[in-house]
Design a binder for this molecule. Structure first.
Ligand code: CA
Ligand code: CA
Ligand code: CA
Ligand code: CA
Length: 167
């Protein structure tokens, strides 16, 4: 019995034998992301799932990289580049014309942009109508992985992670 358990544990840890090879894939991202508990902050009703409203707000908080409760030009340009948010007409979203997208403008604007619906549907792999943490990280990773080979370089990965999900 003891030996069996030992062998089982041994077999499990064998999977981590290549820890010394730096690979920046969706597993790395999931591990790094889940370590910082952001998902729990966004999951307002604490059901370990994001519904559509929670997911929309998660993007506002992710993209507001200087945490000043508004998206400015630099932040908007960055997300066009980093998240492919090229469909949004920010001037239309900016209903008070102050050049910034505030939280309320973001919620209203996101409602009119099909990209959020399409992400929500595409990322919901088990089609339960909610985004689990792993579905979220795999979805975001897919946006970053331009050539679709499943990997990011160390520079790309660290740049994205530190900018959007670093603490
Ligand atoms: Ca939730
Ligand atoms: Ca900001
Ligand atoms: Ca505004
Ligand atoms: Ca799901």
């Amino acid at each position: 019995m003891g030996l069996c358990l030992f062998l089982m544990l041994g077999a499990v840890s064998c999977d981590d034998d290549d820890d010394d090879i730096e690979v920046f894939d969706n597993n790395t991202f999931f591990e790094d992301f889940s370590a910082n508990n952001l998902f729990n902050d966004w999951d307002l009703d604490n059901d370990d799932l994001l519904d559509e409203d929670e997911m929309t707000m998660s993007f506002f908080e992710t993209w507001d990289t200087n945490d000043n409760e508004m998206l400015d030009n630099a932040e908007l340009n960055a997300i066009e580049e980093d998240f492919g948010m090229s469909t949004a007409d920010w001037d239309v979203w900016d209903t008070d014309n102050d050049g910034m997208i505030e939280r309320s403008e973001f919620i209203a604007g996101a409602d009119t942009d099909a990209i959020f619906d399409s992400w929500f549907t595409d990322w919901d792999m088990d089609a339960d109508g909610f985004i689990e943490e792993r579905e979220f990280t795999d979805g975001v990773f897919g946006l970053w992985d331009d050539d679709g080979d499943g990997f990011l370089s160390e520079v790309e990965y660290n740049g994205f992670f530190d900018t959007y999900f670093g603490l």
